[in-house]
Design a protein around this ligand. Structure first.
Ligand SMILES: [Fe+2]
Ligand SMILES: [Fe+2]
Length: 271
């Protein structure tokens, strides 16, 4: 049993999410075969050690604001290429959440480090979020493709085929599990930096992050579960195992380690 799959499943249960049994089995198997580094003791210890340094921690909050903003943009672009309306809507909602998360990370920098940054820089940080809302966002139309070989819609618009969409959704699912684990690591550090006056506010923000990341795991697991029920068990099982391996490798190179620890990564690689 691996602590990452168990934590993800326990948070899904805590928020009353209905999760496909095969999905849970495949996730447990993938995390057992390729244990995610973000669930290992050394990872948490390393993060807590580094986060004691205020400058590193402030920078990691800013890096998170940037990651959430970029993730939001990429997730929206992905939503535009999905033909299934229900899935496209779920992915758009995800994008809007991440846009809000970017602003929340900037708010945390302002709350916890109220005097350490130049005013100009604070204004620049606001630009990290694409500011997508339910009432204000980019088009939902698929992008035009110049390379017709990529196009299977014969309309000149880029629409991804079902397998490609499911592959992306599996990557999102595993990255959102990572995002949840990182939020759980972040929580006590945020509380340690908070003053008695802002502790309640910071804790509420952490609650929102943890809830939202769990809901991102939930909706992607829902899509995966539906695909499994359509008779694609073995394909999904193989993809979850293989994508968990590539995500572990992506975040475990020596060069990336310093940047990746403390970063809530939401972007979908190779979208
Ligand atoms: Fe997020
Ligand atoms: Fe997320």
């Amino acid at each position: 049993m691996n602590n990452v799959s168990e934590l993800a499943i326990s948070y899904l249960q805590r928020y009353g999410c209905q999760i496909d049994e095969d999905y849970k089995t495949f996730l447990r198997e993938a995390c057992k075969i390729h244990p995610p580094p973000h669930g290992m003791a050394w990872y948490g210890n390393f993060y807590r050690q580094r986060a004691r340094e205020a400058e590193w921690f402030a920078n990691s909050l800013i890096a998170n604001a940037a990651e959430e903003g970029n993730g939001s943009r990429k997730v929206w672009q992905f939503s535009q290429c999905i033909s299934e309306p229900e899935y496209a809507e779920l992915v758009r909602k995800h994008s809007i959440d991440e846009s809000r998360h970017s602003k929340m990370f900037v708010a945390l920098v302002n709350i916890l480090f109220p005097t350490q940054l130049e005013a100009d820089f604070r204004v620049q940080l606001q630009g990290l979020s694409p500011e997508y809302y339910h009432h204000k966002h980019p088009t939902t139309e698929p992008p035009l493709v110049s390379d017709r070989s990529l196009d299977n819609s014969s309309s000149g618009h880029l629409i991804l085929d079902t397998e490609k969409v499911m592959d992306e959704i599996i990557k999102i699912n595993l990255l959102e599990i990572r995002a949840l684990i990182l939020q759980l690591l972040l929580r006590p550090v945020l509380q340690a930096y908070a003053t008695p006056e802002n502790l309640a506010k910071v804790t509420t923000m952490s609650d929102v992050f943890i809830y939202d990341e769990t809901k991102h795991i939930d909706y992607s697991a829902y899509c995966i579960g539906k695909y499994i029920q359509q008779g694609n068990q073995e394909w999904v099982r193989g993809m979850i195992i293989s994508r968990q391996q590539s995500i572990n490798e992506m975040f475990l190179t020596d060069v990336e380690l310093e940047n990746s620890v403390g970063t809530t990564v939401l972007s979908t690689p190779n979208t």
